[in-house]
Design a protein around this ligand. Structure first.
Ligand code: IFM
Length: 454
């Protein structure tokens, strides 16, 4: 079998990247609202104040999804939109927006997948120490309860966190994302521990508050390496390279799979990481690892690219240098379709949970042509190559439940502002006009045939 009959063919977005309405209807501030105000942080001094104005145009956007045959929509909730201070007072208008969006999706036969956190952390809680504060898991638990109470009568799929690698790594280690800090390894490890606790508490809370049988997952990221040949040594080298921790603490320690997924699925931190960090390890209280490893229904994984790997003559992992002129996207990310075969396969073998590809896609230099259309053959070619590999994984027995293309529309690409276009739908930011790109029509055919045309 290639793709399952009920395969979730979807698109994904996140609140700050598309919603706009940053100061409307009682929404509180997020760290991204504040970060974008600082000089020289974001390409062209841009921000998400208006973005794609999805907050006002959500009905039109759902109609576009319908036209494209989309079966599932993964979106995130802006925490301070519904809890302006992060905890305490609830903003009814904010909740109403998401409730209306869910109704609109269901009316059009599109399954909502709700992500609780895709980086727009409440500024009021940031002022109280953010993820460094030991109460942060409790704050997140309170937020998760509010969302579940409001939406779980209609929403069946919940995802706790999107890419902790990025909001801790890029936000607090490297400092190119909000809040733009470069903190110590010890501090960021402690934050990571709080994030994992917040995840576990939210999973428990979602199940306790859910009004129907819900499915709960998690959406980390990281590079997915693939073997240079089908020889068992190279395959083993690729597998090890995905799950090993960095050898040193230089650079962004957070960019890895195991630190974020082993505690969640196995209830323990990976041993090589524990050795590496030594006395910098976070404080782990009794019962923490049980909270973190609440049973999950699925693993969501965001997959964009990886390195080719082989075993060298000493039996060690060797990352193969890319040849000159290696294919790349507009953002200079390498094009490595094999990652969508080997990534899910290795993850499934290790964590043994159904897998959703919760993000995959690319940025292209898209323009509106003289004929008024957006021709993006590079995106079609990219998606075609990657999806063929995903189909191969599914055919080989990897339990793949769905695929969410990143992204539904062009949107605010964090520190790159509106420079990069990741959408299947083109957005003219001057007029807010949307145009379905050729790739959007192509994806429609893939969905209609359940991947037969791949
Ligand atoms: O736009 C981002 C998204 O917010 C998180 N994953 C990667 C995408 C492309 O950079």
């Amino acid at each position: 079998m290639a793709f399952k009959d009920d395969f979730a063919w979807g698109v994904a977005t996140s609140s700050y990247q598309i919603e706009g309405a940053a100061y409307s209807d009682g929404k509180g501030l997020s760290i991204w609202d504040m970060y974008c105000k600082q000089p020289n942080k974001i390409y062209g001094g841009q921000n998400g104040d208006v973005a794609c104005d999805h907050y006002h145009k959500y009905k039109e956007d759902v109609q576009l999804m319908k036209k494209m045959g989309i079966k599932a929509y993964r979106f995130s909730i802006c925490w301070p939109r519904i809890l302006p201070n992060g905890i305490g007072e609830v903003n009814k208008q904010g909740l109403e927006f998401y409730s209306n969006l869910v109704d609109e999706l269901l009316k059009n036969d599109i399954e909502p997948y709700v992500t609780l956190f895709h980086w727009d952390f409440p500024y009021e809680l940031y002022k109280r120490g953010g993820w460094m504060n030991p109460d942060s898991p409790l704050w997140f638990e309170e937020y998760a309860a509010v969302v579940t109470d409001q939406l779980s009568d209609r929403v069946k799929y919940f995802i706790t966190f999107n890419e902790p690698q990025c909001f801790i790594g890029l936000g607090h280690v490297v400092g190119v994302h909000a809040p733009g800090l470069q903190q110590s390894v010890a501090d960021t490890l402690q934050m990571a521990h709080h994030v994992l606790l917040a995840h576990g508490r939210a999973v428990k809370t979602i199940r306790q508050h859910a009004k129907q049988d819900v499915k709960v997952g998690y959406a980390p990221t990281a590079s997915m390496h693939y073997p240079a040949t089908n020889g068992p040594e190279d395959i083993e080298a690729a597998r090890k390279s995905i799950f090993q921790m960095p050898k040193t603490m230089e650079g962004n320690w957070a960019w890895n799979v195991s630190w974020w997924s082993d505690p969640v699925f196995f209830g323990k931190y990976p041993e090589d990481g524990v050795q590496l960090f030594g006395e910098l390890m976070p404080k782990i209280k009794e019962g923490d690892m049980e909270i973190i490893s609440q049973p999950l229904d699925f693993l969501g994984q965001n997959i964009y690219n990886g390195m080719q790997v082989r075993q060298d003559e000493n039996g060690q992992i060797e990352f193969v240098k890319r040849y000159d002129g290696f294919p790349k996207t507009a953002l200079n990310w390498p094009i490595t379709p094999e990652t969508l075969y080997w990534g899910p396969k290795f993850l499934y073998e290790r964590y043994k949970k159904p897998i959703y590809i919760t993000e995959n896609g690319l940025s292209c230099h898209d323009v509106v042509s003289l004929d008024g259309k957006v021709h993006d053959p590079n995106r079609i070619d990219f998606l075609h190559r990657y999806l063929v590999e995903l189909k191969r994984a599914s055919t080989d027995g990897v339990d793949i439940a769905g695929y969410f293309q990143w992204s539904f529309t062009d949107n605010f690409e964090w520190h790159s502002g509106y420079e990069d276009r990741f959408g299947l739908v083109f957005v003219d930011y001057n007029t807010q006009e949307r145009i379905i790109k050729d790739s959007g029509y192509w994806y429609k055919k893939v969905i209609e045939t359940n991947g037969e045309i791949l």
